[in-house]
Design a protein around this ligand. Structure first.
Ligand code: ATP
Ligand code: MG
Length: 408
């Protein structure tokens, strides 16, 4: 791509995470290209290209399953003499649509290590902002004044946390302080954009570190206010639970296993769901309580972060299955095993057990049930406490064992 742009007479650079990660010996997630060709000129060069975005048009060039983002050099407001990026009173960027030079393009980027350009014309690295030095020192530096840049786009604070965690970089002190001061501005960010950021935050392989930094810098509450409150007040159960889940997520990513946003959100909202179930289950079945608690917790979360139906439906199923997994009579275990969310729900239950919920017997039972053949499975069902007629006779009205969803 770079060569083709170059041969057609345009400047073409690899920029952003692609260059940064390669220099750090990491495997880039995606590649971004910066060029002085206009979006229309890019489209003429690549058949497999689609222009996206209304405000600022970007070209997406498709290579099989990969998408490469090609952007024309953009200028920051300072260089655009009032015609480019418009700012609202609170400093938020309104427009971001003025073409500029390579140097303009570098200065409007977020962090110095994200503003390194690999020039295909002579294989040189172009560094206007001191990114190379910061990369060697493993320091994350924002370009320009931290407070101003965070006001322009508060998501940069989340990006700072993400890169610090993912790259194991140190957050420069001035910027760290600015995060403390400006965090609240994240409440102005549209919920849909925050959803995208949540995925990026917890799915790059360093979710645990990200979670720790999010809490440390008091940003977690702008994504999951209720969960954050519970962490502050009842952290003893919830904090280890989220940590374990984050460790699992990181291990799965390491092992190239899929991680679903539904599971991640099921974990992040489990605190608020569980708290509600505790109250509701006095008046209704655990299954109903889980459903209502789930609805309410989701409704609260949607005030901050959107969650598309394709994720929120399976997420609710994971919660519902926490009650169903306890119902092991007759043909039910077989039906559950065939449920599309069984595996996720089972993993979720294991997490709960690992942080001390009284589910050890249930977890072992399901682990064995999955491994056994038909005869073994029958044996497991028959061996369930309630299935022994003798026992039933002796203690006919014994209350069922404590429902673990509810007990601390
Ligand atoms: P990764 O793709 O690994 O998550 P990245 O640095 O490539 O990290 P992208 O979101 O792909 O991040 O963005 C590509 C580049 O665009 C960044 O490296 C940065 O230079 C610039 N950029 C992205 N978001 C912003 C922003 N909010 N403000 C300023 N520059 C940004
Ligand atoms: Mg990228």
């Amino acid at each position: 791509m770079l060569y083709r742009l170059n041969k057609a007479g345009f400047e073409a650079y690899l920029v952003g995470g692609g260059v940064r990660d390669l220099l750090l010996g990491l495997h880039p997630k995606d590649f971004d290209v910066a060029t002085n060709a206009s979006p229309d000129e890019v489209r003429e060069l690549f058949r497999n290209c689609r222009l996206i975005g209304r405000r600022f048009r970007l070209a997406h060039v498709f290579f099989g399953r990969e998408i490469i983002e090609v952007a024309t050099f953009r200028a920051h407001h300072d260089q655009s003499e009032g015609e480019g990026e418009g700012h609202m009173e609170n400093g938020l960027i309104l427009r971001d649509n003025v073409f500029g030079t390579l140097e303009d393009d570098a200065w409007r980027r977020d962090f110095t290590v994200n503003a390194l350009y690999y020039n295909i014309a002579d294989f040189s690295l172009v560094d206007y902002t001191g990114g190379m030095q910061d990369l060697q020192n493993r320091e994350l530096h924002i370009i320009g004044d931290a407070v101003t840049r965070f006001r322009e786009d508060p998501v940069r604070m989340l990006r700072a946390i993400r890169f610090a965690a993912k790259l194991d970089f140190h957050l420069e002190a001035r910027m760290a302080a600015a995060i403390g001061e400006e965090g609240e501005r994240l409440s102005d960010v549209p919920a849909a954009r925050l959803f995208e950021e949540v995925l990026k935050l917890f799915m790059h392989g360093q979710a645990l570190r990200t979670y720790e930094l999010m809490r440390e810098y008091h940003l977690f509450k702008y994504l999951f206010a209720e969960t954050n409150e519970l962490l502050d007040s009842h952290g003893a159960y919830l904090d280890p639970f989220i940590r374990r889940a984050m460790i699992n997520t990181d291990e799965r990513i390491q092992a190239k296993k899929p991680v679903t946003p539904a599971f991640l959100f099921a974990v992040l909202l489990w605190g608020p769901v569980r708290k509600r179930v505790e109250l509701l289950q006095e008046e209704m079945s655990v299954l109903d309580a889980l459903r209502i608690a789930g609805d309410e917790a989701v409704r609260e979360m949607l005030k901050q972060v959107t969650l598309p139906k394709r994720f929120s439906l399976p997420m609710r199923e994971i919660w519902q299955l926490q009650a169903r997994l306890e119902m092991r009579r007759g043909k039910r275990p077989y039906r559950l095993l065939e449920n599309r969310r069984f595996r996720a729900a089972y993993d979720f239950m294991l997490l709960r057990e690992q942080v001390g919920e009284p589910l050890t017997e249930l977890c072992q039972w399901w682990t064995e049930f999955q491994q056994e053949d038909e005869a073994g499975q029958q044996r497991l069902i028959r061996a369930l406490p309630g299935n022994r007629p003798v026992r039933r006779k002796r203690q006919p009205k014994k209350k069922p064992a404590a429902r673990p969803v509810i007990t601390d």
